[in-house]
Design a binder for this molecule. Structure first.
Ligand code: UGA
Length: 434
């Protein structure tokens, strides 16, 4: 099939590359010339494990190309994916100007039947708005389909190639057939493709992300309470998660959820609710609790040393909002570092991928190092913020030699309490007493 993907951000690039991998011809469109040049010259613009291999294979074989020319890409394609940004406006609602702007252009461009697919996370009712924007100028038949993506950064290629489910919102039988043919190779193992109306598909995406954010937040509160009650949240998590109604995944407490999706989507759903005369109180609590949770680690450090941290050096392991990405959007590390600097601490930080991005925020206020152990030299304590695998089995003896004091504040519960006791470190983690 011939596909155009408009927007070569994270979702567009992963989707385009994966669609090419199953033999489709994909033209990715972006109005950023520099980006298109880079991609045309074989250089990826995002960090995502596993993407490079597929990207090079499909560009080499001519199935994946890049252009700034929307008209050319659209004319040649039967399906047009919109993978455009929907940033939160000042009031928290999703800004649809990019999506609707392109939709109007499409109305001028299309000369024969096209399936136009919303891939971006868009508020309920957007498919209707996109349809109206295209219809203003279009003289031919077209269908607008809502097909939300459920990719997780860091495992996006796997999520795309082997999705738990595919959700497709359309009321058109013609579009249904096209979408079914497109996704067939991705659900060979029998995972479902759910067809539903457009509004339900749009809502599914917000409901899924908001539920997952709520689940994490619930566990963060359970962890905070475990600390007060002398219970161990790891045990509680296992005990709870074995109930098949609850499930084991996505129950890990930490320093709050971050990233480009959960914070934005929870806020947008709360906003949508308010606009429709419904006060979604649960989501407001989720946002409040998560804002607080981002400060838990910094507060623990201040409780240990006192409010004034001048003269103290805090080593940080992990800056990205989660492992296997260089993404720092809404990363808890930003809030923790700000708080430590405000209290007068010196901060020395290491991350395998996200250093460059964090440098853009903190410049030389933070000492960024290239190796994990370099962060520890003469540090008063270590704060672990992101659970990169490289941090899971460190040489505690060597760490003890490097550090001024053997103190670890672990925001991701990486180590066993017994091991830490034996190592002689003061060890404070989330929802587990030292
Ligand atoms: C999330 C969803 O998981 C995807 O299904 C969705 O497609 C995507 O948003 C999106 O809307 O584009 P992502 O933001 O990449 O994916 O990251 P997650 O792996 O879901 O993690 C989100 C945050 O929750 C991270 O800050 C992570 O550290 C935190 N988290 C996750 C926990 O604190 N505990 C957990 O048990 C799991």
């Amino acid at each position: 099939m011939k596909i155009a993907v408009v927007g070569t951000g994270y979702v567009g690039l992963v989707s385009g590359t994966c669609f090419a991998e199953t033999g489709n011809h994909v033209i990715c469109v972006d109005n950023n010339e520099e980006k298109v040049d880079k991609l045309t010259n074989g250089r990826l613009t995002i960090y995502e494990p596993g993407l490079e291999l597929l990207f090079h294979r499909n560009t080499k074989e001519g199935r994946l190309t890049f252009t700034t020319n929307l008209e050319e890409a659209v004319r040649e394609s039967e399906i047009i994916f919109l993978a455009l940004p929907t940033p939160p406006g000042e009031d928290g609602s999703a800004d649809l100007s990019y999506v609707l702007g392109v939709a109007e252009e499409l109305g001028h461009i299309i000369r024969d039947y096209k399936v136009i697919v919303d891939k971006s996370t868009v508020p309920v009712g957007t498919a209707e708005k996109v349809t109206a924007a295209i219809a203003k100028h279009a003289k031919v038949d077209f269908d607008v389909v809502s097909n939300p993506e459920f990719l997780r950064e860091g495992v996006a290629v796997d999520d795309f190639m082997k999705p738990d489910r595919v959700v497709i919102g359309t009321s058109s039988e013609r579009a249904k057939k096209v979408m079914h043919r497109l996704y067939e190779p991705f659900v060979r193992q029998g995972n479902p493709v759910y067809f539903m109306d457009e509004r339900s598909a749009e809502m599914t995406k917000y409901a899924a992300n908001s539920y997952l954010a709520t689940r994490i937040t619930f566990m963060n509160e359970i962890a905070n309470l475990c600390e007060k009650l002398g219970a161990n949240v790891d045990m509680v998590r296992i005990g709870m998660g074995s109930d098949s109604r609850i499930g084991k995944r996505f129950l890990f407490p930490g320093v709050g959820y971050g990233g480009s999706c959960f914070p934005k989507d929870v806020q947008a759903l709360a906003k949508t609710a308010r606009e429709n005369d419904y006060d979604f109180r649960l989501l407001h609590s989720v946002m409040d609790v998560n804002d607080q949770q981002k400060f838990v680690l910094a507060n623990k450090i201040k409780r240990h040393y006192g409010e004034n941290l001048s003269g103290k050096t805090v080593a940080i392991w992990g800056l990205a909002f989660k492992p296997n990405t260089d993404d720092i959007r809404e990363a808890p590390a930003i809030y923790i570092i700000e708080e430590l600097l405000k209290a007068g601490a010196k901060v020395r930080a290491y991350d395998p991928e996200a250093t460059e991005n964090m440098q853009k925020i903190f410049g030389d206020q933070v000492d960024f190092v290239d190796h994990r152990y370099d962060a520890l030299k003469d540090a008063d304590c270590l704060a672990i913020i992101t659970e990169w695998s490289i941090f899971r089995t460190p040489d505690f003896e060597y760490m003890g030699e490097l550090m001024k004091e053997k103190v670890i504040f672990d925001g991701r519960n990486l180590y066993h309490l017994e091991d830490m006791k034996a190592s002689g470190f003061f060890y404070n983690s989330i929802g587990r007493n030292e």
